[in-house]
Design a protein around this ligand. Structure first.
Ligand code: SAH
Length: 255
């Protein structure tokens, strides 16, 4: 139900019956969509809390809503903490990837600099990336907005804590994502290289940091294609769809 309602991002947590003024940009959307007092909307704080609310008042400068129901925490989120570390690509490709990766439920996207990666983006560009993640969360019904971290060096990517580190390698991958066994993981980091690929030294550093090198089959994919294919497989095996199998054991029995 909440997926079809207009959704608005608020900056606070709320309680039942609270009256909230929507942030300026969100209020603008209410007017653009011609929503009226009395109409039902969904609210979320981008950190896991979501609500149902009713529009109380719409004026030129402000929109007030009243919270009418509290939705379950982390509604529509994957149980898996999933980091997508991706080399700095051309900005239009990165923007496209941020939208799609957000829909596929990444917890954070960590752009990184490496030998063959492109240069670092401006702070304005980074702010825009975060807005793209927020817009994607609204559209697809997430209760968490993926965090787009400031770009880091490849060495820092390899220090990020996680229970499994997987590097997508178009050559020399010893495992594939369908057969790989990870046990009961709670956090996975997926690392995707730049169009120029990884250097041998970078691959050595990755192995030394405990990375599993995995491949996605015989064709060389664009970085963003590889990222989406890998995210879908990881969510299926250790995230979204794994959780569903556990909820409904009869589905598994039928297979
Ligand atoms: N220039 C490299 C290709 C880089 S493709 C070359 O020609 O060898 C960009 C990134 O996408 C790679 O670093 C890797 O992380 C990922 N990738 C592309 N195809 C892949 C595949 N078949 N399996 C696993 N990862 C792949």
């Amino acid at each position: 139900v909440t997926g079809q309602l207009p959704r608005f991002l608020i900056q606070t947590t709320a309680a039942l019956g609270d009256r909230i003024g929507l942030p300026h940009d969100e209020a603008k959307h209410v007017r653009v969509r011609r929503l009226r007092p009395g109409e039902e909307v969904a609210l979320f704080d981008g950190a896991g809390a979501s609500y149902l609310a009713r529009i109380e008042a719409v004026s030129r400068g402000a929109v007030t809503v009243e919270v009418t129901a509290i939705r379950p925490l982390r509604e529509h989120e994957s149980p898996l903490d999933l980091t997508l570390a991706v080399a700095l690509l051309r900005s239009d490709r990165t923007e496209w990837l941020i939208e799609k990766a957000s829909e596929l439920g990444v917890t954070r996207l960590q752009p990184f600099a490496s030998t063959h990666a492109l240069g670092r983006p401006s702070p304005a560009r980074q702010a825009r990336w975060q807005q793209i993640a927020a817009a994607a969360a609204k559209q697809c019904g997430r209760s968490v907005v993926a965090q787009i971290t400031p770009p880091v060096d490849f060495a820092a990517v390899l220090r990020q804590p996680c229970s499994a580190r997987l590097l997508l390698a178009e050559r020399g991958g010893r495992d594939d994502l369908l057969r790989l066994e990870l046990g009961a993981v709670t956090s996975v980091q997926l690392i995707i290289g730049p169009e120029g690929g990884f250097t041998d030294a970078e691959l050595d550093a990755a192995r030394a940091a405990g990375c599993r090198l995995v491949d996605l089959g015989p064709r060389i994919l664009r970085a963003e294609t590889a990222a989406l294919a890998a995210l879908a497989l990881v969510q299926a095996r250790w995230g979204d769809l794994r959780a569903r199998r556990a909820d409904r054991p009869s589905d598994v029995d039928r297979n």
